[in-house]
Ligand binder design. Structure first.
Ligand SMILES: [Zn+2]
Length: 183
């Protein structure tokens, strides 16, 4: 089960329609949803802690780049290896295992972005607190999503740079670099 896309869809709907009328059915649906979510072990659970809060916070939307960070489907060594785009799932900068956690919270090269988010949210973002902080206020929402977006953009640039330079380019088609990224 991958409830991530359902959550995203639901959130987009709520955002465009505004808060909906409270009904028992809605209440019940959220309860069931939360139950199912509790059994889900994906990376996104770090961002979506309470499904209702997430769906109804309505602070704004997120784009393609922020979405990569939330789902883990993006320029992360571990993911690139999984889909056959890289031989090893390691970090380009320090050779550690490059999962989302490493990219978002451990890369020294992104300190500029994590520091900016820390100042805006008034605390350092961690895997443990990011889910709470992102739905705390509109300012927190944009500070977190801006951080995710900036980091992912930099990683994408680095990926392109490496492809051009021939590093880490093993097994990849030449046309891939030209692929457009829509929202
Ligand atoms: Zn690293």
């Amino acid at each position: 089960m991958a409830p991530v896309d359902v959550l995203v869809k639901r959130r987009t709907e709520t955002y465009s329609k505004g808060p909906q009328m409270e009904t028992e059915a809605t209440e019940r649906r959220y309860k069931e949803w939360q139950e199912r979510w509790r059994n889900y072990r994906g990376w996104t659970t770090n961002f979506v802690v309470n499904v209702r809060k997430w769906a109804e916070s309505g602070f704004g939307n997120f784009d393609y780049f922020a979405m990569q960070a939330m789902t883990g489907h993006g320029v992360f060594g571990v993911y690139l290896k999984k889909i056959g785009k890289a031989k090893q799932g390691v970090c380009w900068f320090c050779s550690d295992r490059d999962a989302v956690k490493h990219t978002m919270f451990e890369y020294a090269v992104f300190r500029e972005h994590t520091q900016m988010a820390k100042e805006k949210c008034e605390e350092r973002l961690t895997v443990e607190n990011i889910g709470k902080i992102i739905v705390r206020s509109e300012g927190d929402w944009s500070a977190v999503t801006n951080m995710l977006r900036s980091i992912m953009k930099k990683k994408k640039e680095e990926e392109r740079r490496r492809e051009r330079g021939g590093e880490q380019a093993e097994g990849r088609g030449r046309d891939r670099g030209k692929r457009r990224e829509g929202n």
